[in-house]
Design a protein around this ligand. Structure first.
Ligand code: GAL
Length: 725
């Protein structure tokens, strides 16, 4: 490690020199200095975009990467998703959507670089922040702190990925595309809440990462105290306020948020491209040299990969390439034009720092000079949110719309203005093409199978399921004596407290409805009068998880499931607490263990006529794929909550959960933050359409299986293609 951070010129200078020598050492193909990354001796302004490989299919990757290249990107950034790669401890998976090597090689083939964020904590609205659930049950473990078992597992995975990349010759010095790596993710803010183990852990993580000798720089985003030689970087809607913690580190923006994620029950966030372009130009004009769009293609949280709880299946993110892989216009095109303008000035931009001239109260010029001191490139900015202005610069007049920046790559011609969008708007639409003929099979909500087991008291859900299923059955009995039921006919009152996330209640096989939490509070309470009789009554609760948390201090310790108390009141004998008596548990649904979602498994039960609205019903239909090659989506807006599969591929969770009716507003582009009213779908479903990748379909005989938890209207389910005409 380099010397610790010290104030005081002499030591700093010594540290700086020591570092410069190390960074520019003979075989380092990628190094850095104060101004930028240096690739094979050349400083670069790099435009990057996040595309997370498991959020699309390998068949989609070449097209997405090409669109990124055509949009003016130099780099593809992705996290590495540990729980996808090691679902069972010691059993690795690197195929299909998790074929990381193939993804990195495709970027290389397209002539792009890769920024690999190994984490292995990734946040990313990804289930459990990327951690495998088994990790939680390693004895003595505590996540993301100075803890032996955690550090050992983390190091093992980081080293595994690094050595895999090395043996595939994927680092830049080996002729590969990887120019930069990341360890951890936004750990800085955790240091103030993480106790005494936090800082030592951050230092350990940096040191461990650097010791893997990737031969490319490491970054730690949002980590102000990132130890040398690791570069601290900025994440945010704007990053022009940011400076790295050492003079010799470049100013880099690892997450420029192009929109935001959607949660079930939340409105759909948007970020206008004018504001996005303005933020990027602001960053570059102040000396930033690396910008990564998070996300450039957001994609889909297929299967049960969505984090949360309550993260939606769509991870569209309002990104320049939409969930389906189509260009989002004018966003994609306007940013492409921005990148062209920046690239025209690239050599001048990286040759030194800008000087700033005031052109008025809200107006400034950032000037990049050539060696002889002449103006070589300039950015003219107007920070006023509403007023357009005319400014005078170098003897010429320029019109600057409100909240905008013009780029003058030759110091004279304004080739691009961030608020002047030339790219036409294109609005893709869904075209309904397939309706389905259904068969249905309802689960028995009053009996468990042979895998059921009994315990004293209520147990935490994840500790039983290990997340192999969203579902855990909690069943118990209440014995009601001869004179215990109220004489006035009032049924007993059942009250159930759950830590989350959603729950259905059955008494003696009859459904008494469902309750669920939400993104801001996953907890829930059932409170209702239920019919009970003298003798034994069976209470069955189906608790379901909707994505494990991916963010927050020690999120791995947050509970799921019915933790109680569970009480029955309104009996003549008073209130009874059932929390500590015997409960019988079953992980998952019967249909899941029979594999009803697969072609072979679906033949293991008798399917009946369609249209069954009972809770916990499986529905299946055969269909012919929509003609052509346009992306395909399922309309699930008429259904309740559940999951769906196509030809055995797990499309994901669906949930017709509505966003609150208030909070959407006019999408003004000035000063857009996520708190802004720049949202859609208020009072409507957070998500109605679900992406079914084309490569999962064959021409005919496709099997669609839907598991509906609450009961919905099958007549509304349809398949559509998406296109702009
Ligand atoms: C960041 C985080 C990302 C993602 C993003 C929100 O703070 O680093 O992984 O979670 O927020 O989409």
């Amino acid at each position: 490690m380099a010397p610790p951070l010290v104030a005081g010129g002499g030591l700093l200078l010594a540290a700086f020199l020591a570092f410069s020598l190390a960074a520019s050492s003979a075989n380092a193909a990628v190094s850095y200095d104060h101004r930028s990354l240096v690739i094979n001796g050349r400083r670069r302004i790099l435009i990057s975009g996040s595309i997370h490989y498991p959020r699309s299919t390998p068949e989609m990757w070449p097209g997405l990467i090409q669109k990124a290249k055509d949009g003016g990107l130099d780099v593809i950034q992705t996290y590495v998703f540990w729980n996808g790669h090691e679902p069972v401890k010691g059993q690795y998976y690197f195929s299909d959507r998790y074929d990381l090597v193939r993804f990195v090689k495709l970027a290389k083939q397209a002539g792009l670089y890769v920024h690999l964020r190994i984490g292995p904590y990734v946040c990313a609205e990804w289930n459990f922040g990327g951690f495998p659930v088994w990790l939680k049950y390693v004895p003595g473990i505590s996540f993301r702190t100075d803890n032996g078992p955690f550090k050992a597992e983390m190091q093992r995975f980081v080293e595994k990925i690094v050595s895999m990349m090395k043996s595939e010759r994927l680092f830049e010095w080996q002729g590969g595309p990887i120019i930069m790596t990341q360890v951890e993710n936004e750990f800085g803010p955790m240091e103030s809440v993480g106790g005494s183990g936090a800082k030592p852990y951050a230092n350990w993580a940096a040191k461990m990462a650097v010791a893997t000798n990737t031969g490319v720089p490491w970054v730690m985003c949002k980590q102000e105290d990132a130890p040398d030689t690791v570069i601290n970087t900025c994440n945010g809607f704007y990053c022009d306020y940011f400076t790295p913690n050492k003079k010799n580190k470049p100013t880099m923006w690892t997450e420029a948020w192009t929109g935001w994620f959607t949660s079930f029950g939340g409105a759909v966030p948007h970020r206008p491209v004018e504001d996005m372009a303005f933020a990027v130009a602001r960053f570059i004009q102040k000396g930033g040299s690396f910008v990564n769009y998070y996300m450039y293609h957001g994609g889909t949280n297929f299967g049960r990969t969505a984090g949360g709880p309550f993260i939606a299946t769509s991870y569209d993110y309002d990104a320049p390439i939409d969930e389906y892989g189509l260009l989002r216009q004018p966003k994609w095109g306007h940013l492409r034009d921005l990148h062209k303008a920046i690239k025209q000035a690239e050599p001048v931009l990286v040759s030194g720092d800008p000087t700033v001239q005031s052109l008025g109260n809200y107006e400034k010029a950032y000037v990049f000079k050539s060696k002889n001191g002449a103006c070589a490139a300039a950015f003219l900015s107007n920070y006023h949110m509403n007023a357009a202005v005319k400014v005078r610069f170098n003897g010429r007049h320029y019109d600057l719309p409100a909240w905008s920046i013009s780029i003058l790559p030759d110091c004279k011609t304004a080739v691009f203005n961030t608020a002047t969008v030339k790219e036409p708007t294109l609005l893709p639409k869904m075209h309904l093409v397939v309706r389905f003929a259904w068969q249905s099979y309802s689960e028995d909500t009053n009996s468990l199978d042979g895998s059921a087991f009994t315990k004293n008291g209520l147990v935490e859900q994840l500790s039983m399921t290990w997340d192999k299923s969203d579902y855990l059955w909690y069943t118990t009995y209440v014995n009601i004596g001869a004179n215990e039921l109220s004489k006035n006919g009032q049924w007993p009152q059942l009250t159930i407290y759950s830590a989350g996330h959603s729950m259905q209640v059955f008494v003696n096989g009859k459904s008494y409805g469902s309750v669920y939490g939400g993104y801001n509070n996953p907890k829930l309470t059932y409170d209702g009068h239920v019919k009970m009789w003298q003798g034994s009554n069976k209470i069955s609760i189906l608790s379901s998880a909707v994505g494990l948390p991916n963010d927050g201090n020690h999120f791995e310790r947050w509970n799921v499931g019915v933790l109680g108390p569970v009480t029955v009141s309104g009996l003549n004998s008073g209130k009874r607490d059932l929390s500590h008596q015997k409960w019988t548990y079953q992980v998952g649904l019967k249909g899941e263990s029979l594999g009803l979602h697969t072609v072979t498994g679906s033949s293991s039960v008798e399917w009946g006529g369609p249209g069954n609205r009972q809770p916990l019903t499986w529905h299946k239909a055969l269909f012919t794929a929509p003609a052509g090659s346009d992306p395909v989506a399922l309309d699930m807006g008429s259904m309740g909550k559940g999951q769906m599969w196509v030809n055995g591929h797990h499309v994901g969770r669906y949930w017709s959960y509505k966003a609150p009716s208030g909070g959407c507003g006019r999408c003004s582009y000035a000063g857009t933050y996520r708190q802004d009213k720049c949202r859609s779908n208020c009072g409507q479903l957070s998500q109605r359409w679900y992406h079914v990748p084309r490569s999962w379909l064959k021409p005919g005989g496709n099997l669609l299986v839907v598991l509906e938890e609450y009961g919905g209207d099958l007549a509304g389910v349809a398949m559509a293609t998406r296109r702009t005409t």
